[in-house]
Design a protein around this ligand. Structure first.
Ligand code: FE2
Ligand code: FE2
Length: 247
């Protein structure tokens, strides 16, 4: 029997780890000008800058100057390096980019809705080898930060009542998209608490970057597809995902 197609899929472009710097100014290494025709929205998964400098966020905005579709972003660890993260947030928002730090955002397309929930995330490790809430205060503070970032994402996802729900992170929620990195740094690259949040929040898709040498695809224990869209890994300005709306 022929299937009735109710509407076009939602087309999401995504990339992280652009690591823009003053030396990339004007070079337009990242080709976004064709994006307006190819995608309905763009998700940026953090590490927009190399050293977290204000001059570097200006380069990011130059790169995005021709983008007319909605843009959502989370910041990455590099964007925090000079503690300009709050200024980055304001700069990006004033340029029309929605920055997600425990926040959600909804788009309506042809009467169907797409929700984004995002947070930077944090490290802490995975499964049985994850950092426990134990010992010296500095370790326990690290543990609390991991849980705080996961809870931010969980709350933002749960708040969405959209047809599609997309989780946007910088740090990795699963091990399989880290494979290829040095195993000694796995615990610094993400946390399985983030995967729990993605599953609890019933996301349809989760995106992250940070693992430049990882793998592109994986899934959470609950079966949510996870994609690592780190630019050095995907080798292009962005990946495009086509998501069918539920019938
Ligand atoms: Fe990075
Ligand atoms: Fe990073």
């Amino acid at each position: 029997m022929e299937k009735t197609k109710y509407m076009n899929p939602f087309r999401l472009a995504a990339v992280g780890d652009l690591h823009c710097s003053e030396t990339s100014a004007g070079s337009y290494r990242y080709t976004f000008e064709d994006l307006n025709l190819r995608a309905d929205a763009l998700a940026l998964c953090g590490d927009l800058t190399s050293r977290g400098k204000m001059s570097e966020i200006e380069v990011v905005l130059e790169n995005l100057a021709e983008v007319r579709i909605p843009v959502v972003a989370v910041l990455g660890n590099h964007d925090y390096h000079e503690q300009n993260n709050h200024r980055f947030h304001d700069h990006l928002e004033s340029a029309g980019v929605t920055v997600l730090d425990g926040d959600s955002m909804m788009l309506t397309i042809d009467n169907r809705t797409v929700g984004f929930a995002g947070a930077k995330g944090f490290a802490g490790g995975f499964g049985r080898r994850a950092l426990p809430d134990f010992g010296e205060e500095i370790w326990r503070a690290f543990y609390r930060e991991t849980l705080s970032e996961a809870d931010k994402l969980r709350r933002a996802l749960v708040s969405l009542e959209t047809d599609l729900k997309i989780a946007v992170l910088h740090y990795a929620p699963i091990l399989s998209t880290l494979t290829g990195e040095d195993p000694q740094i796995y615990a610094f690259m993400g946390s399985s608490e983030l995967a729990k949040a993605i599953d609890d929040g019933a996301a349809d898709l989760a995106l992250h970057s940070h693992a430049h040498f990882g793998q592109e695809t994986g899934s959470t224990p609950g079966g949510v597809p996870v994609y690592n869209v780190s630019e050095p890994l995907i080798g292009r300005s962005y990946a495009i995902f086509e998501l069918e709306f539920p019938r």
